[in-house]
Design a protein around this ligand. Structure first.
Ligand code: NDP
Length: 498
């Protein structure tokens, strides 16, 4: 079986270090369409010289302005223009994203691109409400706390939802007056290259720059550059550790949005139909490739067998296939190595004594694309590898629990702590569970709810810092405390005595 390409992508993709920049001829990296496995484009990697050039342009745009000094009103206008650019180009951006990620086109258009556009409106409105602080000390001093942009922001994005995740960073960094250098994942540079070009039609020169290439080459050069003032990273936990080490050398602040192995806790007191829908949505959305996936499904023992059987029956019926087909529910995984890694966990589950309820194999009938069957396994214990490691695919791991204490203990027994899901209509059960969970986000009787005004981020190896309204304001600005006397104060007169 073959599938059509969503769009003919550019033959080559390069970074963009502002207008007039020259790019060094780095190595060529093939880009594949995950639904067919065919090469569709080539990325020309930016080496350290090109990265240095991009950072220098962003530095210049920050130090010489006008971006950091624009009035709030003017900056809001530009952010609105960014939003309009995205909305005018939803189809093209979604098709480019589909071409490199294999995400279902309908979802990309209806959710990811709409969210990307909204990210700019959200931060435009946020800065119009931004407040400072003022203190009076005795009746003679006024001390104000104001916020200023930090400087050059290095923004590093993963491959699982490039435009939606990168625009959260770009919109926030720009709204608070910073200039940016963005590095997408080398696997999925198409949509972000186009996005940056579109945004640069309305942004002042040098404010938003793009570098492309592998993490350990282009990304490492970016985060080590001493002219970078802050780093916002979304990606894997190990990469986060490497980036925090580099950031430590230059003493720059970072936010780390990292991996997850989120527990989806389903009590017998839940609305079981809704919990079933929520559990399926929580693990199979976005082709299962999402940090916030409810990938460990903990079900109260009294209904464990029935629930898992019904889940498996529904999972078997999921429509896997062409990302361009509106009926498709799960598309291909992002790359061949990733597909093989996800599949390897079915064997690991068996080796650890568990069993595969459904799936665990490649969909060979769908041609050369990276399709797998939606998978559900029963683990023997929470120590099994399929219960501990982030698999990052359409792969659910089930475990039973006996009571609240048991559920909380299993849920917290992981290196991660990004999201927890609770399904129950018994309020004391919900509250007692929520109070003891060690995760940055808890969703009750809903699979996914991202409130942009609220902090999003993780405990433990799931991250450091938070993204969201006020959290972003704190991260993307420096506080400046200014004290001014109202009338001249009595000064000590050193050396005045004769
Ligand atoms: P990676 O950590 O592999 O990569 C993320 C980004 O970092 C990519 O652009 C990558 O480049 C770059 N990178 C890799 N090494 C370095 C380095 N040494 N210095 C600087 N940059 C580097 O993650 P994935 O792309 O595989 O994304 C999946 C991960 O992201 C999962 O663990 C997932 O849970 C997490 N994630 C977390 C989210 C959250 O909000 N908490 C949201 C979405 C995903 P390249 O790919 O080109 O090598």
């Amino acid at each position: 079986m073959t599938f059509n390409l969503p769009i003919i992508p550019p033959r080559q993709v390069t970074g963009l270090a502002g207008q007039g920049a020259s790019r060094g001829g780095g190595i060529e990296i093939p880009i594949y369409y995950p639904a067919t496995g065919q090469q569709i484009s080539t990325l020309i990697e930016d080496g350290s010289a090109a990265v240095a050039q991009a950072v220098a342009i962003a530095r210049d745009a920050f130090d010489k302005g006008p971006w950091p000094h624009l009035s709030v009103e003017k900056r809001m206008e530009v952010l609105e223009a960014c939003r309009t650019k995205i909305l005018e180009n939803v189809d093209e951006l979604a098709r480019l994203e589909c071409a490199a990620t294999g995400l279902v086109l309908k979802e990309l258009k209806a959710r990811h691109m709409v969210r990307a556009a909204y990210n700019f409106r959200f931060f435009a409105e946020y800065i119009s409400q931004s407040k400072g602080e003022a203190y009076t000390q005795t009746d003679n001093y006024i001390t104000t706390v104001t916020r200023r942009p930090v400087g050059v922001a290095a923004l590093i994005a993963p491959w699982n939802a490039p435009v939606a995740l990168a625009t959260m960073k770009i919109a926030a960094a720009l709204a608070f007056g910073n200039t940016c250098v963005l590095k997408p994942s080398e696997q999925t540079p198409l949509s972000l290259a186009r996005l940056v070009a579109l945004l640069n039609d309305v942004l002042p020169e040098g404010v938003l720059n793009l570098v492309n290439g592998r993490g350990p080459v282009t990304g490492a050069a970016l985060v080590a550059n001493p002219d970078v003032d802050l780093i916002s990273f979304t990606g894997g936990t190990e990469t986060g550790r490497a980036i925090m080490s580099a950031a430590g050398q230059n003493l720059v602040p970072t936010t780390m949005e990292l991996g997850g192995k989120s527990a989806n806790i389903i009590f017998a007191s839940a609305d079981i139909e809704r919990a079933l829908d929520g559990a399926l949505q929580g693990i199979f959305s976005n082709n299962g490739q999402q940090c916030l996936a409810g990938s460990r499904i903990l079900v109260e023992r009294s209904m464990f067998d029935e629930f898992t059987a019904r889940f498996a029956e529904r999972a078997k019926r999921i429509k896997v296939g062409d990302p361009l087909d509106d009926a498709t529910e799960v598309g291909p995984l992002a790359s061949a190595p990733h597909m093989n890694r996800v599949l390897s966990f079915a064997n690991m589950a068996r080796e650890d004594g568990g069993s595969v309820l459904t799936g665990g194999t490649r969909r060979d009938d769908l041609g050369g694309g990276y399709f797998i069957e939606p998978t559900a396994v029963l683990a023997t214990s929470n120590a099994d590898r399929c219960a501990q490691e982030e698999i990052f695919g359409p792969f659910a791991t089930f475990l039973p629990f006996d009571d609240i204490e048991d559920a909380v203990s299993i849920a917290n027994d992981t290196q991660f702590g990004l999201v927890s899901y609770i399904w129950s209509y018994h309020l004391p059960t919900v509250m007692q569970t929520q109070t003891h969970l060690r995760s940055g986000v808890v969703w009750v009787n809903t699979p996914m709810m991202r409130e942009l005004r609220a902090p999003f981020g993780g405990f433990k190896s799931s991250g450091v810092g938070r993204e969201g309204g006020a959290s972003c304001e704190r991260f993307y600005t420096e506080e400046v405390t200014t004290s001014t006397p109202i009338k001249p104060v009595q000064l000590r007169r050193f050396g005045a005595e004769t």
